[in-house]
Design a protein around this ligand. Structure first.
Ligand code: DC
Length: 223
């Protein structure tokens, strides 16, 4: 069986960057599943499909499979052969991704692809339903979180560095809205799997968080 590390958690818990670094140190690939929902959200917005229209979004997803590939700088996400990696990080796409991820047919298609990728290769996979649904038998399962205020603070600093103009209050408000939508949707809401190890990074540095994750993986692998 491939080495699979599963990490779930809410918006802004630092999953992506922590997962990236932990995967690098483990010498395995990092699959960012949020990027796949984002690619679909972006496509809906571009084609004038309302993300709230389940039927239309489902049709779009089934006809337009999202794919990923890897190069020296990590994961690239594609829709119909177009590399959309650089286009999927705006607040508008974040909200659209959260909305389209509510639909059961969309989730089924994404989960199937994620399972296929992880069965073939050693991988660290991060998302919202990885421990619970995508890889319930993963080698190590982690729920990475932090307080909403701390997550919003980190995200705010990240956006400021990119020159995006939102205020801290706007970022916190958007994060609470997305948390609410991700945790209360009918299909596979975000929750901590019973056998996932909780890592609260509110008072941990980036390095401490990565080390904590590597220690959990080590323990699960070698007991
Ligand atoms: O991790 P992220 O912020 O890039 O994810 C974008 C949205 O996609 C998030 O609001 C919820 C959804 N998502 C999901 O439902 N399941 C996943 N495995 C990953 C992301």
């Amino acid at each position: 069986m491939a080495l699979n590390v599963a990490i779930d958690g809410p918006v802004g818990a630092g999953k992506s960057s922590v997962a990236d670094e932990a995967a690098k140190r483990l010498g395995i690939l990092h699959l960012d599943t949020g990027a796949m929902y984002r690619a679909l959200g972006l496509t809906a917005l571009r084609r004038g499909v309302d993300p709230a229209d389940e039927k239309a979004v489902t049709a779009l997803c089934l006809n337009l499979p999202v794919t990923v590939s890897y190069s020296g700088d990590g994961q690239h996400t594609f829709v119909e052969g177009e590399d959309v990696t650089g286009l999927i990080r705006t607040p508008e796409v974040s909200m659209a991704a959260s909305t389209v991820s509510r639909y059961s047919e969309v989730r089924k298609a994404m989960v199937r692809l994620q399972q296929k990728l992880a069965a073939e290769t050693d991988m660290l996979v991060d998302g919202r339903d990885i421990c619970t649904t995508v890889l319930p038998r993963a080698t190590a399962k982690i729920f990475l979180t932090a307080s909403p205020e701390e997550r919003a603070r980190r995200r705010f600093l990240e956006m400021q560095a990119k020159g995006m103009p939102d205020s801290y209050e706007q970022v916190l408000e958007e994060l609470r809205r997305r948390d609410d939508q991700d945790m209360h949707r009918e299909v596979e809401p975000l929750r901590q799997a019973e056998d996932a190890v909780l890592v609260d990074s509110s008072n941990l540095t980036f390095e401490e968080t990565v080390e904590r994750i590597l220690a959990i993986v080590e323990e699960k692998r070698h007991g």
